[in-house]
Structures are given as C-alpha cells and as structure tokens.
Design a protein around this ligand. Structure first.
Ligand SMILES: [Zn+2]
Length: 206
C-alpha cells in the first residue's frame, strides 16, 4: 500500500495492529476520522489514554474496574459464598446481563494454553485456590467456554480444590462445544446458570 503521507501511513499502521483490522479497514477508519471534526479524534484518543492509565483490576475478583473493589464485589446483596469462575470481563458482562446470578465472580484473565505459553502462574488461579482454602466459599461454578483450553483450566483448578469440601458445579450448556460464552444468548446462558450441573458430571470429555 503506497501512502501519500507518512502521517497517514503511521496512523494506518497503528490502527491495523488491532485484532481483526486489516490495512484496508484501518485506512477506512483513519479516513473517517479525518472527515470528522477534530474533537472526535481527541475524544477517542483521550478515552483510550484514560482507560489505559487509570483502569484497575478489582483486588477481590480481578474484574476490570474503576475502583479498588468492583461494584459487584462491593454490593452487600450479592452472595459472596458462591463464586463463578470466568475467563474475562466479557463473560462477567454476559452473565450479568442474564440477571440470573447473585453470587460473585473470579476472573482468571485467560485460560491455560500450553501452545500459547500460558500456564497457571500467568492466570489468577492461586488467589482463587486461596479463597477456597480460607473456607468462606460454598460453591465454585466453572463457566469457562467448553474448548480444550477451558476444560484443561477447569480441571486444573478442580484438582486443587476438590478436597476442600467446596461444592463444584459447571454451567449446563445449551450451546455447542467451542462456543464462546459471550456469544450465547441471554436466555440460554441464564438457564444454564440456574440449571448448573455437578462439575464431576461435566468431566466425561476429559
Ligand atoms: Zn470484584
């Protein structure tokens, strides 16, 4: 792609670093910004900079938050003894949208994936095991996507907590294996949380 401007080329190059954005799409987005009032670009860059500089991770559940303890963890009407284990903030948002879950979350920040070099130590696994061993948890609900990485991660955590007397369950999927949680429709996802199954029953595929 030949550019008539180094500034344009640089902007397109940076934009195309984003996932799913090729050079052509990046060029279209950049040209769109150029056509808009300059403030539009200022708002965008400021929002991104502020997010990057000021965002926090809840010190209890590791969810993305503006404050030290996220609103879900700080809500006294939530049941702190029921913890739903998810991969990232998108899963929290998807489950919250169902309105069917009144416990709290534990955000792992990814899944165990040896191919990508991601092991348990890069994820928020140890803090979850600590919480369970501290004895204040009644139930752990595994809600990772049913991919091989999700199953591996669930099983890794399960092995570490199964002797601590905590109930372990898995969301009952009405969705096919490999579907990501965030794409499940709200009714199906809500039902799968209400109708969760004992974790042991979800182990058939391992
Ligand atoms: Zn939290």
């Amino acid at each position: 792609m030949e550019f008539s401007s180094k500034l344009l080329e640089k902007a397109v190059s940076e934009m195309s670093q984003l996932p799913g954005i090729g050079k052509r799409t990046a060029l279209r987005l950049v040209l769109h910004l150029l056509k808009q009032p300059k403030e539009q670009t200022d708002f965008l860059t400021q929002a991104l900079t502020n997010m990057r500089n000021d965002i926090k991770f809840c010190k209890n559940c590791h969810n993305i938050s503006d404050i030290e303890v996220c609103e879900i963890c700080a809500n006294p009407s939530r049941n702190y003894k029921i913890i739903c284990v998810v991969e990232d903030v998108r899963d929290v948002m998807a489950i919250e949208n169902t309105g069917q879950f009144r416990g709290i979350y534990h955000v792992l920040g990814g899944k165990i994936s040896p191919i990508d070099g991601i092991g348990p130590s890069q994820l928020n696994v140890a803090s979850l095991v600590e919480k369970v061993k501290a004895g204040n948890v009644e139930e752990i609900i595994f809600a990772l996507s049913s991919t091989m990485e999700g199953d591996t991660t669930n099983f890794y955590i399960y092995k570490q907590i199964k002797d601590s007397g905590v109930t372990t369950s898995s969301i009952a999927r009405g969705i096919s294996v490999g579907d990501e949680l965030e794409y499940a429709d709200e009714v199906t996802l809500g039902r799968s949380i209400v109708n969760r199954i004992p974790f042991e029953n979800s182990l058939r595929n391992i």
